[in-house]
Design a protein around this ligand. Structure first.
Ligand code: TYD
Ligand code: MG
Length: 467
């Protein structure tokens, strides 16, 4: 959300805009008054304020009864990359604006060039590159095995000036435009530097208007800064129709694309890709990717490791949670999470202390979800707690066991959505035991899977002999 100080209307020329949240302030401060980010306020000049004030409504708009409006399903355009179409909620939508964010080098340009090459078989598409020259784009296409000679409809423009880009889009009339990246675009109408919040916002707003006007699909690429904040693009999230983020460990070959916002489909869908020497390949069956290569790959052989089944979008996936609990040598013990919510971990440690009598106030606790995957569903609670406890006790969990279930503050184990699907997937991959919430227990025996159903944390700990 963009918040503005009421006072800054009094001085339309200079204001300070936060790079993290887009909020503004009249004078410079070390900390953003809106989101609390440090050193994020940047001086910007807001030209065009007077012009904007002049351009107030001229005629009365007429509202209509909703029943009189024909509800038209938007036209879908499949990119031909199945995993990408999946996160998009079933392909691109005409006139839709998509923002794709992610760390530098994670594969945004690669994926989009691959998608455009597929689309170019039947549609006119335009790749606007502000970061690479046309020759570099052609070289990348060649490396990706794209037969450029046979794709006259795939057009490239190396340009950073917004007005030129818009003119080119209007002349070329592509069905899909990729702007790589929004931070490199600039409009001379604003005096601030390319990549600054006001430039990014203005350029994105112009391109969004163009998309709505022309019906072209506009895909904006946005870089995430080192701190994890999407400098600039963060402030675009509310402007665009769909926001996708790349995640995953750049050291591993796997890349996840997650939908954060989607006006045209479900969110929390996940596209899974593997980076190969010929670009990104969709992984249609990712369920066993996020297990470490420890032991037989089914987990449970080393203390501190627990395999959970998470339900990401429409597919269940097995993810190994690793925990290391070690004596702290500083007064404030560390809690470090990778891929797991740290707030949630703090809560789980409190539950562990109160309901299992295991205190961690003098211990460092590190928790990691293998493979750079991020889990944000509460059904991971039980797996996180058991991984922590297994590390504390220095005793491994049973081999080939999967776990899921939410842990409540009273130490109760709450059911997870779509439990049966999770169990089916675990059995399919070859797991033989499932520790699950009682409310998720199947009515009849589950083939190939021994089910241990528990109602409380104490019961789970008892079953696993981790007391
Ligand atoms: P890129 O798409 O340029 O990342 P972004 O646009 O998000 O900054 O991805 C570049 C990385 O991908 C780089 O580290 C090299 C690697 N890569 C491959 O492994 N295989 C390939 O076929 C290509 C084109 C890139
Ligand atoms: Mg790039």
């Amino acid at each position: 959300m963009i918040r503005t100080d009421a006072r800054d209307v009094s001085n339309p020329r200079t204001q300070f805009v936060c790079n993290a949240c887009g909020g503004s302030a009249v004078k410079w401060q070390g900390q953003c008054p809106h989101c609390g980010a440090w050193n994020a306020l940047i001086e910007t000049r807001s030209e065009g304020g007077a012009a904007r004030r002049r351009a107030t409504a001229t005629g009365a708009a007429s509202a209509v009864a909703i029943g009189e409006v024909t509800a038209a399903e938007p036209r879908r355009l499949f990119t031909g990359i199945e995993e990408l179409d999946r996160v998009l909620g079933g392909g691109l939508v005409d006139g839709g604006v998509v923002l794709i964010g992610g760390d530098p080098g994670i594969g945004k340009s690669t994926l989009l060039l691959q998608a455009l090459a597929k689309l170019a078989a039947s549609e006119a598409v335009l790749y606007v590159s502000g970061e690479e020259s046309a020759a570099q784009v052609a070289l990348r296409a060649q490396r990706l095995g794209i037969e450029a000679d046979r794709l006259p409809r795939l057009r490239v423009l190396a340009e950073i000036e917004l007005e030129t880009v818009i003119a080119a889009i209007e002349a070329e009339k592509p069905r899909v435009v990729v702007v790589d990246s929004i931070q490199t675009l600039f409009t001379p109408a604003l005096s601030s530097a390319p990549g600054s919040v006001s430039q990014v916002r203005e350029c994105a707003a112009s391109l969004t208007r163009l998309a709505k006007r022309s019906g072209a699909v506009v895909v904006l690429v946005g870089h995430v800064t080192k701190e994890g904040a999407l400098a600039g693009p963060r402030v675009l999230e509310h402007m665009v129709d769909t926001v996708l983020y790349f995640e995953g460990d750049t050291n591993s070959a796997y890349r996840l694309v997650r939908a954060f916002k989607n006006r045209f489909g479900a969110i929390h869908e996940l596209g899974v890709f593997a980076m190969t020497d010929r670009g990104l390949r969709g992984v249609s069956n990712p369920s066993a990717l996020f297990l470490s290569q420890q032991g037989d790959g089914k987990g449970g052989l080393v203390p501190g490791s627990c395999v959970m089944v998470t339900q990401e979008g429409s597919r269940p996936m097995l993810v190994e949670i690793q925990a290391l609990v070690d004596a702290a040598h500083v007064p404030n013990p560390r809690r470090l999470c990778v891929g797991v919510d740290p707030q949630r971990l703090a809560m789980l440690l409190a539950v562990l202390s109160r309901h299992a009598g295991v205190a961690t106030y003098d211990q460092d606790v590190f928790v990691n979800a293998v493979g750079g995957v991020r889990i944000d569903e509460p059904a991971s609670d039980l797996a996180v707690l058991l991984a922590v406890l297994s590390s504390i006790r220095n005793r491994p969990l049973p081999r080939a066991m999967v776990v899921f279930g939410e842990v409540g503050l009273a130490g109760e184990i709450r059911p997870a959505a779509r439990g049966l699907e999770r169990m089916r997937e675990a059995a399919k991959i070859g797991f033989s035991t499932a520790l699950i919430p009682k409310a998720n227990a199947p009515r009849k025996a589950f083939e190939g899977l021994e089910v241990i159903a528990v109602e409380t944390l104490t019961e789970a700990i008892g079953e696993l002999r981790l007391r």
